[in-house]
Design a protein around this ligand. Structure first.
Ligand code: SAJ
Length: 450
C-alpha cells in the first residue's frame, strides 16, 4: 500500500479502501461496523453461515450496549456486507483484520487452529501491497513465527517486501466495547516500520491514541501483560483474603484503606475469574516460557489460586449451612449470578460453572437466577431473572456475580423470602456494608464469619 498515512485516511473515509474483517464475533463485529461507519468498504468474513445470513439480513446478533443502531447504519449504508469466502474477499481487500478466537485447550495449551486457517485463506487471495492485521490474542512471536509463514506459503508473497503485517491486539472490554472503543489506546507492532505506520493510519479514524511499539511480539506481550497483571493482582488479593479471614479481617476494608495510596491499584477477590480472556491469557505466556526454558512461576501460581476460588466459595457455603445446623446435602441453594461478570450475557469459563458442579455433586438442590439469562436453561436448570423468586424458601443464598439488580436488594428483602435464619454467602462482597438483620448467617470470600 504505497500511500502516505494521509492518503490512507482519505481513502478510508471516502470509501475507496476495502477492509476484510475475518471472524465476526464479540470483537470482530463491532470492529467491522465502526470501520464501515467511518467510511470504509467492509466485508465481514465468517465460517458460520448463520452469522453471514444475519449480517446480510441486517439482524444484529451480538448483545453489546450501543452496537445495534451502529450495526443497522453500517448495513443500510451499504458499507458493510458479509461473506463465507475469505479468500475471494481478501483478493479485493487492501486491509485484512484477523479477529478469530484463539482459545486455550483443556490441557491449557493455546489453540491456534482457527487463526492459522484464517491466515491460510487470507493468503490464498492476498494482493501485493496489502496489510494483514492480527487483533486476536496470541503469544508473543506467534505472528512472526507461525502466522506470517502460513500467509507467505499460501500467497507466494514475502512479508515486508510484498505485503505488510502487524499486530494490533484488541483491548475491548466486553460490556463497554462500543462506548470505550475510541478511548482505549491502540498498540501497534509492525513487521516493518512501514507496516506499523500504515496500520496506524488505518486505525487513526477509530482511535484517539495510537502507540507504535518496536514489533508485533512486543504488541502481543503488551496485551497479555495487562491481562496477566490483572489476574496476578486478583490472585494476590484472593490469597490475602483467605489469610485475613482467619485473622478476622475483611480484605475489602483493607483494600479500601490501601486505595487511599496513589500507587495502589485495587483488585478484588471473589467467586473466581472467568471469561474468554483472563483464565486463558496466562497460558500464552507460560507456553512461550516453556519453549524458551523459563517458567513464569508467579503467573502460573496465580492461575492456580484464582482457579481455586470457586471451591473456596463452596467451602464457605458448607460452613455457613453448618452454622445453621444444616448440611449442603439436600439443601435448597439459590444461586444469584451465572455470567462471568456483571451485565454481560457471557458464561465462558464462568466461576458459576464450577460452583454449580460442586454443589450438585455434594447433593444440593439449586435454583438459578441471572437477570441477563432469564428464561434460558443452564446446567439443566431453568434460570429465573427474578432474584426474589429464586430465594423463596431457600436454605442458603449464594451470590456469585454482582449484577446491579442484586445490589438493589436489601438483606431484609431476601430474609423475608428465604428460610430463617437467612444463610447468605457473598462471593462478591455485595452486601458487606448492608445493615444485617439480627437473624442472619453471613459470610463469604474475604469476609470473616459474622
Ligand atoms: N475479576 C475479579 N476481581 C477484579 C476484577 C475482575 O475477580 O478485581 C473477575 C471478573 O469477575 C471476571 C474476570 O475477573 O470473572 C474478568 O473480568 P474483567 O473485568 O477483566 O473482564 P474481561 O475478561 O471481560 O476483560 C478483560 C479486560 N482486561 C483488562 O482490563 C486488563 C479487557 O480490557 C480486555 O480487553 C479483555 O479482558 C480481553 O479481551 O482480553
Amino acid at each position: 500500500m504505497d500511500m502516505t498515512p494521509k492518503e490512507i485516511e482519505t481513502a478510508l473515509t471516502s470509501g475507496t479502501l476495502h477492509i476484510a474483517v475475518v471472524g465476526t464475533g464479540r470483537i470482530g463485529l463491532p470492529t467491522a461496523v465502526l470501520f464501515a461507519n467511518a467510511g470504509a468498504k467492509v466485508t465481514a468474513c465468517d465460517i458460520d453461515p448463520k452469522v453471514v445470513t444475519c449480517i446480510t439480513n441486517d439482524e444484529n446478533y451480538i448483545d453489546e450496549p450501543g452496537l445495534e443502531p451502529l450495526f443497522h447504519q453500517a448495513i443500510q449504508s451499504g458499507h458493510l456486507t458479509a461473506s463465507l469466502d475469505t479468500a475471494k474477499t481478501t483478493s479485493a481487500s487492501d486491509v485484512i483484520i484477523l479477529s478469530v478466537p484463539t482459545p486455550v485447550t483443556d490441557e491449557k495449551v493455546p489453540m491456534y487452529d482457527y487463526i492459522l486457517s484464517a491466515a491460510e485463506d487470507t493468503g490464498k487471495g492476498l494482493q501485493r501491497g496489502a496489510l494483514v492485521v492480527v487483533e486476536s490474542t496470541i503469544g508473543p512471536g506467534t505472528l512472526e513465527t507461525q502466522i506470517i509463514p502460513v500467509i507467505e506459503k499460501a500467497s507466494g508473497l514475502t512479508a515486508g517486501k510484498e505485503f505488510l503485517a502487524a499486530s494490533c491486539p484488541e483491548r475491548a472490554d466486553p460490556g463497554s466495547i462500543i462506548t470505550r472503543f475510541r478511548s482505549i489506546p491502540r498498540i501497534i507492532g509492525g513487521n516493518t516500520q512501514q507496516a506499523a505506520e500504515v496500520a496506524a493510519a488505518i486505525y487513526r479514524p477509530l482511535a484517539e491514541q495510537i502507540m507504535i511499539v518496536p514489533d508485533p511480539k512486543t504488541a502481543n506481550a503488551v496485551k497479555l501483560t495487562e491481562n496477566i497483571f490483572r489476574d496476578v493482582n486478583i490472585a494476590l488479593m484472593s490469597e490475602l483474603a483467605i489469610l485475613y479471614e482467619r485473622l478476622g479481617i475483611s480484605i475489602f476494608d483493607v483494600i479500601e484503606g490501601a486505595a487511599t495510596k496513589w500507587n495502589f491499584i485495587p483488585h478484588y477477590p471473589g467467586a473466581g475469574v472467568g471469561g474468554p480472556c483472563l483464565p486463558a491469557n496466562a497460558y500464552y505466556i507460560i507456553g512461550e516460557g516453556n519453549r524458551v526454558g523459563y517458567v513464569p512461576y508467579l503467573v502460573r501460581m496465580s492461575r492456580e489460586i484464582n482457579d481455586r476460588m470457586p471451591h473456596e466459595l463452596v467451602r464457605h457455603t458448607m460452613e455457613a449451612l453448618n452454622r445453621a445446623g444444616k448440611s449442603l446435602n439436600g439443601a435448597k441453594v439459590a444461586l444469584l449470578g451465572l455470567t462471568y461478570k456483571p451485565a454481560v450475557a457471557d458464561v465462558q469459563k464462568s466461576p458459576a460453572l464450577l460452583i454449580i458442579r460442586e454443589l450438585v455433586d455434594r447433593g444440593a438442590h439449586l435454583r438459578l437466577c441471572d437477570p441477563v439469562l432469564g428464561g434460558t436453561v443452564f446446567c439443566d436448570c431453568e434460570v429465573t431473572p427474578n432474584p426474589l423468586k429464586a430465594v423463596k424458601g431457600a436454605d442458603c443464598v449464594l451470590l456469585v456475580t454482582a449484577h446491579e439488580e442484586f445490589k438493589h436488594l436489601t438483606l431484609a428483602d431476601i430474609a423475608a423470602k428465604a428460610k430463617s435464619p437467612l444463610v447468605l454467602v457473598d462471593g462478591r462482597a455485595v452486601y458487606h456494608k448492608h445493615p444485617k438483620p439480627k437473624d442472619i448467617i453471613y459470610q463469604g470470600i474475604g469476609l470473616p464469619p459474622a
